[in-house]
Design a protein around this ligand. Structure first.
Ligand code: HEC
Ligand code: HEC
Length: 847
């Protein structure tokens, strides 16, 4: 297991930061003046250096830790151009002399000619950067219009492009894609086969393969809208929410435990998981979905769902044993800010915690202003409003536990009552005169006679056990609320350090995303609540059609899961360090359409799935590979591998054992002792077998222990947000799928199902096994191979699995009595074939 852990530990880490010089990225207008590196030899007239594009970001990145609106040392603030020209308390406006960099103290400070060199106590900024700033001053230090570029500008309504092969386009998505293909002389691929398409859309929408009946119905339906009907049926299927909730849970790092060394359970966390599943199934408008999670308690205080949703804010790992409470609280605030930034805004906001963002237009002041929206929050375990509306099954469990608890509690009370007097007498002995004597629970317990101690202990145990069983079903949630009408004062933390608070910050939106206007957010405390209203302000801003990021980011995520790669390949980083969009106009078009359609996720699925782009085959073409090797332009469909959860669910589907029950606390499938011994000190729980066969999303999600098959197939590490699963090919995958107990056990059930459907005839069994696993019949060659395989394996099993066992003896013993043994051997051989089928690429990859 240790190898496996090491290999999969690399999954979903925050993308590595490329330490490139700031101005080397796109948008840089004057790269060529970089070459000579001494100021004197540079021909500054060669190109205009833009203040907005070059100078402002440079100064902000390296200086505004100390010279910003928030932290203005020497009264010098260089975050706005006005303030920059005003200068500081020592030299005033003289730090910049337009047209003369030599007389400008700003440059002298940077080179160290004026002491102390700036950035003070930091690494000197490179000569190449200084040269650029000097050039800008020599060119007159002009301030150009603030020009925001991708991704800070709101989506633009692009016209749907015209294409030569208009007949190929089923909806505007196809026009956008085809226009780019045609521009490169590429053609789309032919449509996928019906079988491939069906397997693809099932895996995509519900995470499991179709049954042979469902497949048959589709394959025989030749009406033009047969596929459309399947899409609509699957979107309405409750398994859809189960599948798509997984993608969201990956982002918000959902787990049923707290993480850290202790990794203690969070008995009510599952209500958030179920909330997400039901929200997807109900096609809850995405703007509402966001508002509920950020501020459901303030915006919809009577809605149990909305209260449950606020659990989002506290899903981060939480060190229960922390001895540094202030730091733990700061970690919580950081995590809520960073995760909200990357999940909902698609920007690495967290990079501005210790310094201004080195690549994107996010200052440290922006960061802490955003964080201050969470400043008044507190983690509250709350009773749900309208507990009577909770699921009847859960209410029944609570009622039953209460019925068992009542007599036990009564017995306990009686026991204690009998010793209360004794405890009082004992205490009175040491009490001062006139003092009123009272005893607490511990003192009463201490007075209980030895002979009854055992009874006390067993009552204690029984009560605790029942309470533990009941707790997860109580109508209670792990929510977040505000601690009052006013928030504690928040400070910018210099270098991100709690011990070095900087100036005070107020709630404000990230300037570059708010039309580049610096102003505080308007926060209105909700009328009848003891709450600040801060999180509502944040939620309303993020879930607004005016926010340039929100809609784009979510449609891109949906696209990513359908097509295997986002239009922006770095789905949680639309900034400069992320990938450029492959189809920016399409992304904008989709984002606008999404908002127009009432933020409906199901409508956007439909649009994508019904496009011809989605329905292409995965077939590759050498000519196209030359032009676009990684298929950025989508001249074919990407081949997608099932993720660990889908793989497990698919295997259980073909074995016929998947339990589709929804809702409720996490379950514990059987896991080998070997695996458990590598986990945390907490034991894996026990569930009845049928419960352990539920969809993987319902498996108790321990931060320190992931199901082996899921872990081997690049499961997500829930200590961090995971925007994109890794797809590695590593040896433990073969070990899990070929040698693992799970796949071997399920292969036997799969074989039973086949034998049940097909009877004893081997040829029919093979057909059936193919139909169930791959929804097609074997080719004649495959049929022959399978027949031979079963024959050989039967012999092997008859000979106790040893290829060299004595066939002569066996022939003599081959009487009617051994017919039973032969049958068993044949069945084992069939199970081997089934085992092979779930190990095929065809099963694991979507063509
Ligand atoms: C770690 C904090 C820190 C950083 C980072 C920093 N400075 Fe300073 N800066 C100071 C302090 C403190 C002073 C006052 C120094 C003094 O007079 O002794 C100052 C003074 C200045 C002044 C003089 C202003 C005046 O007229 O009073 C300029 C100009 C200046 N800094 C420019 C910069 C530039 C440009 C950068 C970024 C490359 C930068 N500083 C980064 C702390 C910092
Ligand atoms: C916990 C604090 C912290 C966080 C969070 C952080 N950094 Fe830094 N970073 C630093 C420190 C400290 C330095 C070195 C001093 C400096 O340049 O401010 C640094 C330096 C850098 C540098 C080199 C600066 C240069 O001009 O050579 C880059 C680039 C950088 N960080 C990028 C990032 C990115 C991208 C992220 C987000 C993924 C990030 N940082 C998050 C603390 C942090």
């Amino acid at each position: 297991m240790s190898v496996l852990r090491v290999l999969t530990a690399t999954v979903c880490l925050v993308p590595t930061v490329a330490l490139v010089a700031f101005a080397a990225g796109p948008g840089q207008q004057s790269g060529h003046i970089d070459k000579p590196v001494t100021g004197k030899t540079i021909a500054v007239s060669a190109a205009n250096v833009s203040y907005r594009e070059v100078v402002e970001p440079l100064l902000k990145a390296d200086c505004s830790g100390c010279h910003s609106a928030a932290a203005h040392m020497s009264s010098f603030n260089l975050e706005t151009s006005d303030a920059l020209f005003k200068g500081g308390s020592k030299f005033g406006g003289k730090v910049i002399v337009p047209g003369n960099s030599k007389q400008s103290l700003l440059i002298a400070y940077l080179r160290g000619a004026q002491q102390p060199r700036m950035p003070m106590n930091g690494t000197a900024i490179s000569e190449a950067k200084i040269v650029r700033i000097a050039a800008w001053i020599d060119q007159g230090a002009k301030i150009d219009q603030a020009k925001l570029a991708w991704p800070y500008l709101p989506p633009v309504a692009h016209t749907v492009p015209k294409v030569k092969n208009a007949a190929w386009c089923r909806n505007p998505i196809d026009n956008f894609v085809l226009a780019k293909l045609e521009a490169k002389g590429l053609k789309p691929s032919p449509p996928a086969t019906k079988v491939a398409l069906l397997r693809r859309v099932y895996a995509d929408l519900v995470g499991v393969p179709p049954t042979p009946q469902e497949a048959d119905a589709f394959l025989k339906d030749f009406s033009p809208d047969a596929y459309e009907h399947v899409v609509d049926r699957l979107l309405a299927d409750s398994r859809y929410g189960v599948r798509w909730a997984r993608h969201w849970l990956d982002l918000v790092r959902y787990a049923d435990t707290h993480g850290f060394e202790n990794d203690g359970a969070r008995p009510r966390a599952w209500r958030y998981r179920d909330y997400v599943i039901h929200s997807f199934n109900a096609d809850k408008p995405y703007d509402r979905f966001i508002k509920e999670q950020l501020a459901g308690d303030e915006l919809y205080p009577d809605d149990p769902d909305a209260l449950t949703a606020t659990g989002y804010i506290r899903l981060s790992p939480w060190d229960e044993l922390s001895t540094d409470q202030p730091q733990r609280w700061q970690d919580y605030l950081n995590d809520a800010t960073d995760t909200t930034g990357s999940v909902m805004l698609g920007l690495t906001v967290g990079c501005a915690r210790c310094h201004n963002h080195k690549y994107d237009r996010i200052t440290q002041a922006n960061y802490y202003s955003m964080q201050s929206f969470f400043a008044a929050s507190q983690r509250s375990d709350l009773r749900l409003p309208h507990p009577e509306k909770d699921t009847p099954a859960f209410r029944a469990i609570v009622t039953e536990a209460d019925a068992h608890l009542a007599p036990l509690r009564k017995q306990m009370q009686e026991l204690k009552d009998r010793y209360r007097a004794a405890a009082l007498m004992e205490k009175a002995k040491t009490a001062k005169n006139g003092e009123k004597v009272e005893v607490n629970d511990d003192e009463i317990r201490g007075a209980i006679e030895r002979s009854e101690r055992q009874r006390l202990e067993s009552l204690d145990n029984e009560i605790r056990h029942l309470e533990d069983e009941k707790r997860p079903y109580e109508p209670e949630v792990e929510a977040v609320t505000d601690s009052g009408k006013t928030a504690p004062v928040e400070h910018l933390l210099l270098r991100g350090n709690l011990l070095t608070p900087g100036p005070e910050v107020k709630p404000a939106f990230i300037t570059s995303l708010a039309g580049n206007v610096e102003k505080s957010a308007t926060v209105t405390p909700p009328a009848n609540l003891n709450s600040t209203g801060r999180r509502s302000a944040l939620a309303n801003w993020i879930a607004s059609a005016d926010n340039p990021m929100t809609a784009r980011v979510i449609v891109n995520r949906i696209w990513q899961h359908h097509f295997g790669r986002g239009i922006v390949g770095t789905p949680s980083d639309f900034g400069r360090n992320g990938d450029q969009p492959s189809h920016p106009e399409l992304l904008d078009w989709l984002a606008l359409r999404f908002v127009q359609d009432g933020w409906s996720i199901k409508k956007i699925h439909r649009l994508m799935l019904l496009s011809n782009t989605y329905q292409q085959s995965t077939q590759t073409s050498p000519a196209a590979v030359k032009v676009d090797p990684i298929n950025t332009l989508l001249w074919r469909m990407n081949r997608i591998r099932l993720d660990g959860e889908s793989l497990r669910d698919s295997i259980l589907t073909v074995s016929g054992r998947l339990n589709l029950k929804m809702d409720g606390p996490g379950v514990y499938p059987k896991v080998s002792d070997e695996v458990l011994s590598t986990g945390s000190t907490h034991k894996w729980g026990f569930s009845p077998e049928a419960e352990g066969l539920r969809r993987t999303i319902y498996v108790f999600q321990r931060r320190s222990l992931v199901l082996p098959i899921v872990e081997a197939f690049d499961g997500a590490d829930m200590n961090n947000t995971c925007p994109r699963r890794a797809v590695t090919t590593i040896a433990p995958q073969a070990l899990a799928l070929f040698n693992g107990d799970f796949s071997r056990d399920e292969s036997r059930y799969f074989a039973e199902r086949v034998a049940h459907d097909a009877g004893d005839d081997t040829s029919r069994q093979i057909d059936r096994a193919y139909q169930i696993a791959l929804i097609r019949l074997p080719s004649p060659a495959q049929k022959k191979l399978a027949l031979d395989f079963i024959r050989q394996q039967t012999e092997l099993h008859l000979g106790d699995g040893r290829p060299n066992s004595n066939t002569r003896l066996r022939n003599i013993a081959d009487t009617a009595a051994s017919e039973e043994a032969r049958k068993k051997a044949q069945h084992a051989a069939l199970a081997d074939l089934c085992h092979v089928l779930i190990n095929t690429n065809e099963f694991i990859y979507l063509d």
